[in-house]
Design a protein around this ligand. Structure first.
Ligand SMILES: [Zn+2]
Length: 477
């Protein structure tokens, strides 16, 4: 039997505005608990919300980056439910008229471009955060700093066909939103969260299969693994001819399994009705056009430009446009440089390695981009060997000092001056008469041995290309 998997994702993104969605409280991660709250975000009776203009602007930016239609008229609604982290007992969201709809993004699946539809993007507010005691400690604490933090929810069409496509889709959303600067998209801090709906059906069936909703996937890897697990579980049940129960399940990262949280036998009625304390969101085309003009170059476009302008392979251009900051760093190094491919290799290799090892952002790196350009110049000019360059890079990263200075401090200058090289070649030649004979008798690999001896004698400071050429010239004279 041939089965087909159908996946749709709901992505919640915290917007990185200065203040919250409906009050002037600071929107910041990691502040002391319950210090960024006021009567509005604590849901005091009579407190009136006012919509933050930046939230609307950021939602429109996201909509434009995701190829959506922007609604000139939309409104907010109350979504009613009771939970301890929701002091008003309703969440302000957008129910029937979202601010953005009918969009799509392109994902690249093994070289094939696929369009994934975006049903809608709407504005809503985040809830507070519950902190539960573990083990013997039986308590729950609540931090309201997150209550009222602006969110957009991005709902995809059920166009995603595999767990891998789901990851690629989420990576693309992250990439785009991070580029346009509306969110830091840090999954580990909860500013990008994702729920997935998955079902499996026979290829020829017109009707969708029964779906599971999976929550609590807080990394790209977890999303893909959870969906792989569910896909196999669904197929297993269908093979046996049994029925799938509609459920909400959660992903357990330690055990690598999904666990049932509750059956979804009926949809919960949130009794949505228009938010009477807020006016509708009315936009005009000029405003949208202005916002469109303010968008930066988007990653796909930048990737193609990097390939053309700097002659980079597609792989390099993809890695260098993974985040906006990396792309800016690369371009500052490579602009006007004679060897952009070498710069690309250094950024993708050593720079990304130290960032990963030290869990740092590229904006926190201790040296300016020009220093990396200078380092590549030193190698290209034969003044620094590739192993020496790694040492210089390491020190440059630690101390923030300029490569030229480090070159001297570490005593890594390659010997390139003519007289010193001549002297070295003569010495090696005289000390290795046997190898000289071998070379002249046709054993050309004796040259490599002689170059090795020269490198050893110079303690690695000779330029191997130059030494090799000089030795060869002398041997063939
Ligand atoms: Zn507040």
């Amino acid at each position: 039997m041939n089965y087909e998997t159908v996946i749709g994702l709901e992505v919640h993104v915290e917007l990185s505005t200065q203040s919250k969605a409906f009050c002037g409280c600071k929107n910041e991660f990691g502040a002391e608990v319950n210090t960024n709250c006021c009567p509005v975000c604590l849901g005091y009776p009579g407190a009136l919300p006012v919509l933050n203009e930046k939230v609307v602007e950021y939602a429109i930016k996201a909509g434009l980056a995701l190829n959506c239609e922007i609604s000139l008229y939309s409104k907010t609604d109350r979504k009613n439910y009771f939970y301890p982290d929701l002091p008003k007992a309703y969440q302000i969201s957008q129910y029937d008229i979202p601010i953005c709809k009918n969009g799509f993004i392109e994902i690249n699946v093994d070289g094939k471009i696929r369009n994934i539809g975006i049903t809608r993007i709407h504005i809503e507010e985040d809830a507070g955060k519950l902190i539960h005691g573990t083990g013997e400690e039986d308590y729950s604490l609540i931090d309201f700093n997150r209550a009222g933090v602006p969110l957009i929810e991005i709902v995809s069409e059920p166009d995603i066909k595999s767990p891998k496509e789901a990851r690629l889709y989420l990576e693309k959303i992250k990439n785009l939103l991070e580029f346009i600067g509306v969110s830091d998209c840090k999954m580990q801090e909860g500013s990008l969260r994702c729920d997935a709906n998955i079902s499996v059906k026979l290829i020829d069936d017109i009707k969708f299969g029964v779906k599971s909703e999976i929550k609590n996937m807080n990394s790209m890897k977890a999303l893909e693994k959870a969906l792989e697990y569910e896909e196999i579980r669904h197929k297993g049940i269908l093979y046996k001819g049994e029925k799938i129960i509609p459920e909400t399940r959660r992903w357990d990262d330690d055990e690598s399994v999904t666990i049932s949280m509750r059956a979804k036998d009926k949809t919960y009625d949130y009794r949505c009705f228009p938010e009477s304390d807020l006016v509708p969101i009315v936009l005009n085309k000029e405003m949208i056009l202005e916002i469109k003009k303010s968008l930066p170059e988007l990653p796909d476009k930048k990737k193609i430009r990097f390939m053309k302008e700097y002659g980079l392979p597609e792989y390099d251009a993809s890695v260098l446009t993974l985040t906006k900051d990396i792309s800016v760093f690369f371009e500052k190094c490579a602009k006007g440089h004679r060897n952009p491919k070498a710069i690309s290799n250094w950024v993708m290799g050593e720079v990304l390695r130290v960032l990963k090892e030290n869990e740092m952002e590229i904006s926190e790196i201790s040296f300016p981009p020009e220093y990396l350009s200078e380092l590549v110049n030193l190698i290209d000019d034969g003044r620094l060997s590739s192993s020496g360059a790694k040492e210089v890079f390491e020190e440059m990263y630690k101390t923030g000092k300029e490569p030229k200075v480090l070159l001297k401090e570490l005593g890594l200058q390659q010997i390139s001056d003519k007289d010193a090289m001549e002297e070295l070649v003569v010495k090696i030649y005289e000390q290795n008469q046997k190898s000289v004979e071998d070379y002249r008798n046709g054993k050309t690999n004796a040259l490599a041995y002689l170059v090795g001896q020269a490198m050893k004698a110079s303690k690695g400071k000779a330029n191997p290309q130059i030494i090799s050429a000089m030795l060869k010239e002398k041997l063939e004279a």
